[in-house]
Design a protein around this ligand. Structure first.
Ligand code: LMR
Length: 397
């Protein structure tokens, strides 16, 4: 039966973690996957999450099925975080939010839903984009094409190229946009550029699908959510996938959500009914624990304030490591990589070639993706000099 099944290549990102674990070099550094590590190189358990864990453990409950679309209070909190508590959309009942298995799960729910709604639509993703966007939307049955995004020469976004490509897209095309902390480049659009994107979406009848896996890692929760609110003001219907993997350091709990903005409450009710079928036929209903933790934190003013502060600490530490990396590279004789401090979020698009990234891995046990992406959030004072020297050695030889 399976004799003709071909060996698939390892995953471009998670496959690196497998390779990293097997590496015996004591100096190894994993800058492959987008996972934040603290100043001591450990995956943090946020203090607000630890407190929420204690509260939940103090009152253990039986483990029944959740509703197909998840914990209602969690859904409300997600809506308020993403759209703003005072958003007229929420008051009008126009937003459907379903708990999802992390950001990836939310994207897949959205993809499956859209495959029912507009089966012939093409999906457009940025060049480059998160590796899994192409795979996920292709597996969901869509033809996936690309719009221009990264300007390698100018180290920034090719806004004119992007707008030109969006303007050329057929009505109904689904455009996947990174709401903040573009993965992998770390370059985001300025607010005025977002308005040009929104013009293209509205005038071209495109379907925007905002992927927001890093809310809070650029400027802050409110600031990073501004893009969603800009869409909400002008675009009648769009989708948003969100994740708490990074912002709550809850990677393994798979906590995220898909929100679908509809034209009115009646339409929202119909969309929810279809979304429930998507969920029910995939995994029936979501798991409890991660969402209960997030709900507990967001519902309690003290824990919530602590979370905002802890997220700020993560954001500030990443920024400090960007500067240390640029300084370390300069100390190792590599000038001209100051653009690393212009980038935002967890990643830096280093500009290194595939061959250089592979040498970095093979010769120095420093793991980044083949595309040149490195996770700055995994740097610390103990490894930044070694990483800088390794990059310098690869660039110089
Ligand atoms: C990443 O881009 O490294 C993260 O989003 C983790 C993942 O699932 O790929």
């Amino acid at each position: 039966l399976f004799s003709r099944v071909e060996q698939a290549p390892p995953d471009a990102i998670l496959g690196l973690t497998e390779q990293f674990k097997a590496d015996t070099n004591p100096r190894k550094v994993n800058l492959g996957v987008g996972v934040y590590q603290d100043a001591t190189g450990k995956l943090p358990l946020l203090r607000c999450v630890a407190a929420a864990e204690q509260r939940l453990a103090a009152t253990p409950t039986a483990k029944g099925y959740l509703a197909i679309d998840g914990i209602p209070t969690y859904g409300r909190e997600v809506k308020e975080l993403v759209f703003g508590a005072d958003s007229p959309l929420l008051e009008q009942g126009r937003v459907v939010t379903a708990q999802a298995l992390g950001g990836t799960g939310a994207l897949k729910l959205g993809a499956d839903l859209m495959r029912q709604v507009t089966p012939d639509a093409t999906v457009l993703i940025s060049t480059p984009s998160w590796e899994n966007h192409l795979a996920l939307f292709t597996r969901a049955g869509f033809t996936v094409e690309k719009y221009r995004y990264y300007d390698a020469a100018r180290k920034g976004v090719d806004v004119d190229g992007m707008i030109e490509d969006l303007r050329a897209a057929a009505p109904g095309t689904i455009v996947v946009l990174h709401a903040c902390c573009h993965n992998p480049t770390g370059y985001d659009l300025a607010p005025a550029d977002w308005q040009r994107v929104i013009d293209a979406v509205v005038e071209g009848g495109l379907t925007a699908f905002l992927d927001m896996a890093y809310q809070g890692f650029s400027q802050g929760i409110e600031e990073d959510g501004a893009v969603v609110r800009a869409f909400a003001e002008r675009v009648p219907s769009f989708l948003v996938s969100t994740s708490f993997s990074k912002s709550f350091s809850l990677y393994g709990e798979r906590v995220g959500a898909l929100s679908v903005v509809c034209s009115d409450a009646a339409e929202a009710a119909r969309v929810l009914s279809q979304l429930k079928i998507v969920i029910r036929t995939n995994y029936s209903n979501p798991p409890t624990h991660g969402a209960a933790l997030v709900e507990t934190v967001l519902e309690d003013p003290e824990l919530r304030a602590q979370w905002v502060a802890e997220l700020g600490e993560m954001r500030d530490r990443i920024k400090a490591m960007r500067t240390k990396l640029v300084d370390g590279l300069a100390a190792a004789g590599v000038e001209g990589m100051g653009y690393i401090t212009d980038q935002v979020g967890m990643f830096s698009f280093s500009g290194l070639t595939k061959e250089q990234m592979q040498r970095l891995r093979a010769e120095y046990a420093v793991y980044g993706t083949d595309t040149g992406r490195i996770c700055v959030a995994a740097l610390n004072d103990d490894n930044v000099a070694y990483v800088s020297e390794s990059i310098a050695a690869v660039l110089q030889g």
